[in-house]
Write a protein that binds this ligand. Sequence first.
Ligand code: AMP
Length: 273
Amino acid sequence: MVVAYRRDEIPELRGPIGFVPTMGALHAGHESLINASVERGNRTIVSIYVNPSQFAPHEDFSRYPRTLEADLAMASACGASVVYVPSSEEIYPRKDISVLVEGALGTRWEAAVRPTHFSGVATVVLKLLNIVSADEAFFGQKDLQQCQVIQSLIDLLFLKTKLIVSPTVREIDGLAMSSRNRYLTEDERKTAPLLHESLFGCWLSIKSGSDISHSLDSARQKLIEAGFTIDYFSMVSLPDMESTLSITNSASRAALIAAAALGKTRLLDNVVW
Ligand code: AMP
């Protein structure tokens, strides 16, 4: 056991700290974030915490996969210095202070379907960034709106942590890796890569000059025919994530974002210009 009064008294944590917050059930997507942190020369702290405040009462909090032993092995194999597995008593001793996410980020897209989700995410991330004193924090592009929320949290609360966004890691057939993919039935798993295919196809057709509205509609139609229930399939400007149907100038960034369910499983994906 190490008894320490300051972080730099723990040899494993001497130097810049890279932080990878996760909810566990680690897969190659998480692995890529840990690798990115280690490769940038950070002492890397991985947190594993299924954060209750980002789940609505009807969501999958209690059945969210928990695979701690395998997670510890994976984090250690990737070169993480510390795995932090806090309890809810530690993170939420009281519930009288939390972060409110408003505006387009807090009301559109994921937030329209999951109204309290990003306030829960921002609250836990703020707590964790402070607990681990992160110099850099690593998040996946797969959760694009989450990345914009965290960047706003950092900017608007004057946090010192730098956000690093890592590209989405995919299965061989293109499906974005996710801890929730294990909920898909065999048939749904076969259909699932169509979400990425449609986003990518739509991106190509817009890039080659096709009408944006028409390209979005035909991609949506294909997904519906394949059995998806679409929450949104849209083009947005970045970083504000406002809906757009134009790419105004070469400096402005845009993304195609999608969330769609197959049976009971919601899948998220995006393509960023
Ligand atoms: P989660 O455990 O689902 O909360 O995810 C923890 C972090 O891993 C978040 O920053 C996610 O965006 C990121 N992540 C999840 N899946 C992927 C993926 N397929 N590729 C890259 N990053 C991912």
